[in-house]
Design a binder for this molecule. Structure first.
Ligand SMILES: Nc1nc2c(ncn2[C@@H]2O[C@H](COP(=O)(O)OP(=O)(O)O)[C@@H](O)[C@H]2O)c(=O)[nH]1
Ligand SMILES: [Mg+2]
Length: 272
């Protein structure tokens, strides 16, 4: 970890702009608190990735929140490419300011160098692949960008550092740990899977009761969390023996389905 951090600090010196990926479902929990310290002074653009999985109403709250703080943020679905165009436009604005500064200082126009950073699993690789494709088609450059050892030359104007910066999440409070476990950013082993599934049910039954009802045929949302898990397993007919429910299987499936968006668009955090 110390080595990753050192490498990151070295790379930061090479770039003009940092593109910080967060999970749109958990923008607070997917932040690394050291970001600010590491990246101070650098131009930053916030990408709220996996927008397809997050609640559109809550996305709007986050948009307003970041806007009020003067932070540029773009919502992206790195799988489909939704939002990539807006991101390139946001980079262009930073680029323009850089060109103006460079010209004033009598410097030649050099391409802008960007680096993607974020916690594991937030979508860095998927995002880089997508932006490489989009940018090369948009500018009419020949497809198939040049990759050398270090830089992906998207076009004449933008170069990306080939290796994204990995930052480890910090979870000194339980809620952050839970959110990261729900989204799959940290491994299930950290917590008992059934316990995790019950905690997720607890959140969804309060905040998105209709999702739970619709997906799992639950009538009585007022039941205790574990009783709801039982009920879902019964409805799905998951048994270990004739009388014993297979709660591990049910819990694993419930978490998978949540992560895959099968329960609908659900955000776990709102701005405070
Ligand atoms: N639904 C959805 N899944 C995404 C998105 N971006 C990435 N993923 C998925 O998230 C997982 C982790 O992505 P990856 O690019 O490997 O993350 P990295 O560890 O940050 O490089 C993969 O299963 C991706 O397919 C997105 O915008 N929406
Ligand atoms: Mg990766």
């Amino acid at each position: 970890m110390a080595k990753t951090k050192r490498l990151l600090q070295e790379n930061i010196k090479l770039v003009d702009i940092i593109i910080e990926l967060l999970d749109a479902r958990v923008p607070t929990s997917s932040v690394n608190p050291e970001f600010d310290h590491l990246f101070n002074q650098k131009n930053r653009i916030l990408v709220l990735n996996k927008v397809d999985l997050a609640d559109p109403n809550v996305n709007l709250m986050w948009k307003n929140y970041y806007q009020s703080k003067g932070i540029t943020c773009v919502f992206v679905n790195s799988q489909s490419g939704q939002g990539i165009k807006q991101l390139l436009a946001a980079i262009d604005i930073v680029l323009k300011e850089k060109y103006e500064r460079d010209t004033k200082r009598g410097l030649l126009r050099r391409p802008i160098k960007a680096m993607v950073v974020g916690i594991p699993n937030v979508g860095k690789s998927t995002f880089i692949n997508k932006i490489v494709k989009k940018a090369s088609t948009r500018t009419g450059d020949r497809p198939g960008v040049t990759r050398n050892k270090q830089w992906i030359k998207i076009n004449q104007k933008i170069h990306f550092l080939d290796t994204p910066g990995i930052l480890w999440p910090k979870f000194d409070n339980q809620e952050v740990g839970l959110n990261l476990a729900f989204t799959g950013a940290i491994k299930d082993q950290i917590m008992n899977v059934e316990e995790l599934a019950c905690q997720l049910i607890g959140f969804i039954k309060v905040n998105y009761p209709d999702s739970l009802k619709a997906r799992y045929n639950i009538d009585n949302i007022k039941l205790e969390d574990y009783a709801i898990l039982d009920q879902i397993a019964i409805n799905r007919n998951y048994y270990i023996s004739s009388t014993k429910l297979d709660l591990l299987k049910m819990s694993t499936i419930l978490l998978d389905e949540f992560r895959g968006g099968k329960l609908g668009k659900i955000s776990l955090e709102k701005p405070i």
